[in-house]
Design a protein around this ligand. Sequence first.
Ligand SMILES: [Zn+2]
Length: 279
Amino acid sequence: MHRLTLGDFELSIFSDGTYPLDGGAFFGVIPKVMWSRKVAVDERNYVTTGLNSLVIRTGSHTVLVETGMGNKLSERMIKFYGQPAKLLDNLAAAAIAPEDIDIVINSHLHFDHCGWNTVRDGSDKIAPTFPRAKYYAPEGEWQYARRPSLRDAISYIPENYDPLVERGQMTLLKGGEEIVPGISVKTFPGHTAHMHAVLVQSRGQTACYISDLIPTTAHIDITWGMGFDLYPLDTIESKKQYYAQAIPAKWLTVFTHDAKTPWAYVEKDDLGKMVARPA
Ligand SMILES: [Zn+2]
């Protein structure tokens, strides 16, 4: 169980399980001889990828950042990724019911980040998984998701967000908004054009759910982007900007896809190399 206190807030990690991703796609242009020193890889070249959601209890709100892969994948996608679907069970084990979640925040709308936003109810209608929650997502991301490129169309499943927008339960954000006191979003382009990081601040301490800008501790080097990134040069610029704030101010970084280390402090060692210091 990963749990810590940040100022007045309590932060916990809840996983939706793990899934296999092609190591080459996960590490983009980085040669396998380099990335395979950092992560285990199987005979098919797959690496085990985590699906980490963050729960923040502020004292007045229970906030869920990211909702994993969910349970609505098509047969074809299940062949590629499986469908671990463990988030609700893991929340229940910590006595968190869907009705307890006040706010859901999606960093972007790829299927492995907003899958549990909704479920199919008995009559095959789409219903919000967290009935009382207000949902938030980047507006630019939602606009893009309506007409994605051929390259990443497979990553968008409209049932995860369109029914919420239609019923007025999802608010679309420009970036920069404070959602509740101490929790705000900031745009970091690169993985997609409009992806939001979620900043959590209490009593001078900061944590940041940096999402797919730095998906795992193996991606902390400035140039180690994912092959999935639509704008790789922007990923480098955004990482530079992030570290310029996060390293001197000792922010806790939350890693969305790290199956072993969901959060850590990124530091620069004496040789200028990025290292992840355990929280
Ligand atoms: Zn993504």
